[in-house]
Design a protein around this ligand. Structure first.
Ligand code: 5AD
Ligand code: SF4
Length: 343
């Protein structure tokens, strides 16, 4: 479906019964296109080490309050087997940005081992930031199936304001990474934060149109949540209220579903930071993927991109969704239908 930028701006801003109508419409499009299905990705936050310094993120290098951890290869492998045995269908390996050559090589080996030991019956989603095209190619050949790299914002001026101004944080480099991921054959996911400082409705509309234009296969988008140990905390009074950010993020999910009926859309954990049933609301607005967290509990409070209540990471979101009449697809890969159609 094509929707004009002006219409998107109006839809983003809808509230109450009008917003409910928008989300119902998106939910119907999802049900008609890919069914009332919710796919699972067992989330493994395997290290919170990060070489970057994004102004919004609690894991930024300059935040000395974070206790850094790295799970051992054996531990990651065991978690992958746990996910396989418990029929999650996919795992999502998420980390900060680590570029060390040894790490990159060993990580490839680990991916190959997971693939082999599960007889290719487990999909691997990677979310490990910006890497060279060679690294992406290597990881893809080792067994990575999908890659998530949020563009964060498509307005280069905002991008510059929410990142340090150096080579490590470059808008064009990030765009190039998305293209490289596509070139080496990943199912490619992107997305953005909604309710950022400096961002207006037009920016969010541009972000949504970018996802359509780039023809992404999957999306993860969520509300921005201020974190007291980051520079952007200063701007906390210059952003929409928590409820408005929740509504904007849910409207964004719904609009994206209308723009791209057959992609996979994750219902972001950050939605749960703004409402008890945030992720359920995301599914009812048109998302079709959830990522239950299986990271060992001792690590969870050290993986704070934004300040989150640890209880959120323990919520049994699959069970909650069944109460809403959703079909939670245990044992299914849940590949992006859009990727299949694109190929
Ligand atoms: N609020 C919301 N999302 C955040 N992320 C990082 N910091 C925050 C925050 N303060 C998101 C970014 C990143 C993903 C891993 O987490 O979009 O891509
Ligand atoms: Fe690192 Fe990602 Fe956080 Fe930026 S958003 S500081 S790259 S973990």
């Amino acid at each position: 479906m094509s929707i004009s930028k002006q219409e998107i701006i109006e839809l983003l801003n809808t509230e109450n019964s009008q917003a409910q109508e928008l989300r119902k419409k998106a939910y119907k499009i999802k049900s008609d296109t890919i069914g009332k299905n919710v796919y699972l990705r067992a989330l493994i936050e395997f290290t919170n080490a990060c070489e970057k310094d994004c102004y919004y993120c609690g894991l930024r290098k300059s935040n000395a309050d974070v206790k850094r951890y790295l799970l051992s290869e054996d531990e990651i492998f065991d978690l992958a087997m746990f996910a396989h045995e418990n029929k999650f269908g996919s795992i999502a390996l998420q980390s900060g940005e680590v570029l060390d050559k040894n790490y990159v090589k060993n990580f490839g080996k680990l991916l190959a081992k997971i693939k082999q030991k599960t007889n290719n019956n487990l999909r691997i989603v990677l979310s490990c930031g910006e890497q060279s095209k060679e690294v992406y190619k290597h990881w893809r050949e080792c067994g990575g199936d999908r890659y998530l790299l949020r563009i964060e914002t498509t307005n280069p001026k905002i991008y510059e304001k929410i990142h340090p101004n150096d080579d490590k944080h470059n808008f064009q480099a990030r765009l190039d990474c998305l293209q490289h991921l596509r070139d080496v054959g990943f199912q490619v996911g992107s997305g953005m934060m909604v309710g950022l400082p400096y961002q207006n409705l037009e920016d969010i509309a541009d972000d949504l149109l970018f996802l359509k234009e780039f023809d992404i296969d999957m999306c993860g988008l969520g509300p921005f949540i201020e974190h007291s140990k980051t520079p952007l905390y200063e701007k906390r009074n210059e952003i929409p209220s928590r409820d408005k950010r929740l509504q904007l993020a849910l409207n964004s999910v719904a609009i994206l579903r209308m723009l791209m009926p057959d992609i996979n859309i994750a219902s972001a954990t950050s939605l749960d930071a703004l409402a008890k049933n945030g992720r359920e609301q995301g599914i009812l607005a048109g998302a079709n993927v959830i990522m239950p967290n299986i990271t060992p509990e001792r690590c969870r409070e050290s993986y704070n991109l934004y300040e989150r209540n640890i209880a959120i990471t323990k919520k049994n979101v699959a069970k909650e969704l069944e109460k809403f009449g959703e079909q939670v697809c245990w044992g299914k890969f849940g590949d992006s239908q859009h990727y299949r159609n694109r190929k």
